[in-house]
Design a protein. Structure first.
Length: 81
């Protein structure tokens, strides 16, 4: 399948919705770009469970407040807007 798109001023290309849906590419999905014999190749990053577990544990380790405090802070922030 070949699809034609234009590259924008900042080098951006929009992936067609049908293709995103077919490949399961959602907003914030990480992808890899590579070059192969003059062609640009885009690959969806398939996150393994171990990658997810490592990233999650690193985030949890950086928490400096309880979930209760975090929820309270989020609620107060929403009430201000």
């Amino acid at each position: 399948m070949k699809l034609k798109r234009k590259v924008g001023d900042r080098g951006q290309v929009t992936l067609p919705k049908d293709l995103r849906d077919q490949l399961g590419i959602l907003p914030n999905t990480e992808v890899y770009f590579s070059e192969d014999d003059g062609k640009v190749v885009l690959e969806k990053k398939n996150e393994s469970f171990s990658d997810w577990a490592k990233e999650t544990s690193e985030k949890i380790g950086k928490l400096d407040k309880s979930v209760k405090d975090y929820r309270k802070e989020q609620m107060e922030s929403r009430l201000k807007t």
